[in-house]
Design a protein around this ligand. Sequence first.
Ligand code: HEC
Length: 179
Amino acid sequence: MTMRKKMTRLLLIVGSWSVLSSCIAQDQAMNLGIPVSESDLQALDLVAPPDGTGFPEGSGTAQQGRAVFNTQCAACHAADGTGTSGATVIVGGDMQSDEAPLRTVGSYWPHASTLFDYIRRAMPANAPKSLNDEEVYQVVAYVLYLNGIVDQDAVIDKAALMAIEMPNADGFIDVSQRQ
Ligand code: HEC
């Protein structure tokens, strides 16, 4: 490298550092960022993992969930869950197919609890967190019913979600158990 190139590179490094440090100084001057309080965190903490922690009280059946699904979900997922686009198919499918593996709740998801967790936090996609806990249990029951996993009268609550054996439960390798 020529001396001139070396100097240019050095100047560029020094230049970017001074831009960066002036940004940091500006952020501090503007007092950006506020500490998150415990109650703020609780409102956001909607995690309900397969170990059963974090589930609210409540229950519901697919029978009850049909109305929730038809008004809140069917516009994107179709009334029978077959979807209105590639990403919105939530029933059927076969992950093992060589021609067209399709990832859905029935063909892919290993834990029923994840359905509760996901729907409560992310769905309906145009108004996440707008359903109350009862409605989430009901619509979760309905999605399981559409996938042929539960009957329409089965009461779905935390204990039931823990006990359900999902069709693809064995399709995963638990890497935490690997040496
Ligand atoms: C405005 C459109 C829209 C509405 C309304 C909507 N969804 Fe979705 N949903 C989506 C989209 C888009 C995805 C795919 C998101 C992705 O791939 O990241 C999705 C994904 C899902 C999935 C995960 C599918 C998978 O296998 O990855 C489930 C389950 C689901 N939605 C359930 C629901 C339920 C239940 C409701 C009603 C309470 C609902 N959705 C309402 C658009 C919608």
